[in-house]
Design a protein around this ligand. Structure first.
Ligand code: ZN
Length: 146
């Protein structure tokens, strides 16, 4: 990856870490889930309002490393207001990107989340980046059972 691109990605991650989007907790969520990454000590609590097959709203709180919190902000920003089927597609693409199965243009629809691709080089940190995405995926799948 070119160095200037890597710097740009660092800035995107830092910006989300310092100014998290969708931060907080919804008062009456359809789903609420706390997830924990024991490898790094990251916590995320996600609240999601799902209706008419859409992520009407979502919010998160948490603490942990900058990657985990930035990833939660990026994920929330991207998935808010989207159709459930589209969001499940995003989750799959993101996990595929972190496994090295997707890259470049095929993940452009993930927006700022592409900035997290570089985390893949540090295998111990991949879980930090995927934690929030797995939480949302679980919330959506759980909701579909009801
Ligand atoms: Zn972490």
């Amino acid at each position: 990856m070119p160095e200037d691109l890597e710097e740009l990605y660092q800035e995107v991650i830092l910006d989300h870490y310092k100014h998290p989007r969708c931060h907080g907790a919804l008062p009456n969520p359809s789903q609420r889930l706390c997830v924990y990454n024991p490898l790094c000590g990251d916590h995320i609590e996600l609240t999601v309002e799902i209706s008419e097959n859409k992520i009407k709203d979502l919010a998160f709180t948490g603490h942990g490393c900058s990657i985990s919190q930035a990833a939660a902000s990026i994920m929330s920003d991207l998935c808010k207001g989207k159709d459930v089927s589209q969001v499940l597609g995003f989750c799959n693409k993101f996990k595929g990107m972190m496994r090295g199965e997707e890259s470049g243009e095929t993940v452009e629809i993930l927006g700022d989340a592409v900035a997290l691709e570089g985390v893949r080089k540090f295998s111990a940190r991949v879980k930090c980046a995927t934690l929030a995405w797995e939480a949302l995926e679980k919330c959506v799948l759980e909701h579909q059972k009801t």
